[in-house]
Design a protein around this ligand. Structure first.
Ligand SMILES: [Cu+2]
Length: 157
């Protein structure tokens, strides 16, 4: 009787930790940066996948990494004056991104496989900036690019 109760408690403890630990990690990843920087800062999370030759804003895990079921990020539009935290994660190998130089971002944005590099900047100069991987990462290396477009909303219309 006692042994059975202990077994049940053990099973519940295992299930709770299997479910709770990833949930806490997801919650933490989603919230701690926004809490740290405050609500005015825009957090952009990108994942670079050399295997699929693309950069995405979607969450990349094992299942979609191998199937390639995540979308390619084309252009990220940022308003002039916006404070941005750009997080670039590598899903696989080393990447090194360089952006058109007149954007005020320290370059290159480099990260080893599985690692994330964080860059803070303020969008100052309106324009279209090309971010390209300069480290040959795979046969699909040519697809490792995205655009950042800084728009001046005061000058629109
Ligand atoms: Cu590359």
């Amino acid at each position: 009787m006692n042994i059975k109760l202990q077994e049940i408690v053990a099973v519940i403890a295992v299930v709770v930790s299997i479910v709770a630990v990833p949930m806490i990690i997801w919650w933490y990843e989603d919230n701690h940066l926004q809490n740290k920087y405050g609500p005015d800062v825009r957090i952009i999370k990108l994942t670079a996948s050399a295997g699929q030759g693309r950069i995405t804003e979607e969450y990349v895990a094992g299942w979609n990494y191998w199937s390639g079921f995540f979308s390619r990020t084309g252009t990220i539009e940022i308003n002039k004056g916006e404070k941005v935290v750009l997080l670039v994660k590598s899903a696989d190998v080393t990447h090194s991104f360089e952006i058109t130089p007149d954007i005020n971002i320290d370059q290159p944005i480099e990260m080893e496989g599985g690692h994330t590099t964080l860059v803070e900047f303020i969008a100052e100069k309106p324009g279209l900036y090309l971010a390209e991987c300069k480290s040959f990462c795979s046969l699909a290396h040519h697809g490792m690019l995205f655009n950042i477009k800084i728009v001046d909303n005061d000058k629109k219309e």
